[in-house]
Design a binder for this molecule. Sequence first.
Ligand code: TXA
Ligand code: MG
Length: 342
Amino acid sequence: MHTLIISKIDELPKAVQILQDGGLVATPSETVYGLCANALDSYAVKNIFLAKGRPADNPLIIHIATIDMLYKLVNHVSPTAQKLIDKFWPGPLTLIFKSKDVVPDITRGGLDTVAIRFTANQTMQQLILESGLPLAAPSANTSGKPSPTNAARVLADLGGKIDAIIDGGECAIGLESTVIDTTKDIPIILRPGIITEDMIRDVVDNIQIDNSIIDQHSSPMSPGLKYTHYAPKTTVSIIKGQNSHIIKTILELIETDIRDNISVGVLLPEELLGNFTHVPSISLGSIDNLTQIANGLFENLRKLDDLKLEKAYTMYFVDTGVGYAIMNRLIKASGHRIILVD
Ligand code: TXA
Ligand code: MG
């Protein structure tokens, strides 16, 4: 299949037509690129799963661009969900509701609930409004790989497997949306994101957190989170402790790797890179700017594979605020390989 690249806004009607015909279009969102299809067309949605190689029990998020669309898809909006909607939509927040029957089983992975997000991205909003369709869209990567934050990475993963890619440049946020299940008495954060726990607590009185977000011994409540995620081919290890201990440990590990002829590098904040000029390095950005680190994280994980490194060392950041979302992704990318040095 030829994958059409759409980079001019006046070519958007082509993408609208493809979606109306049951095809697949990757588009930027404010978080990461999404792979869109008509959420109510089982055949189109099945092709999303095939193109990504995604397990069938991992449900998709449906993207909307008006509140009216929400009421066509879900049965009940709790007062808590309404508060979250009022505060954070449109934006990088996905809410889980009890589903109406109109949503095909395949879109919701066989569950009786459905995930909905009102996107703030102009291009994606336009696609939804002009096609008149709610769009199912997972991140536009091959299953298991880091989510793509630009069109080139989408093309590398899905070129030849999907109908079109809209090139809208780099995504503004770079991490996927925060996911909250609002069907329980007390809402639960299933996936952390740029909308942090504290921001949510400002709006709702009581909120729980799925323990599996950082702890590998709990089983996740969101079906998709049990699968390997965000993993580059490079084996990533996270060193946790004081900065001086982290530097010393990584230097020792690198020395051993070099002796063993292993291609090794580091993925660290710019403040620490001066210690590692003898190996390939990728800067995560400034340690004082977690939003910037979040924004570049997936792209930087993909660069490890560009460099064809066998091993890379990174560090544990703070796990509060945005740091919690960063650590959630980094821990998964490392396959829970954490080395404690204090
Ligand atoms: O920012 C984002 O959320 C991006 C952009 C494209 O919107 N999308 C995205 O989709 O990250 P995806 O498919 O990569 O991740 C969706 C997550 C998965 O972990 C999935 O299991 C969970 O949401 N999910 C979807 N429906 C669910 C449901 N009914 N109950 C629990 N978890 C659900
Ligand atoms: Mg994904």
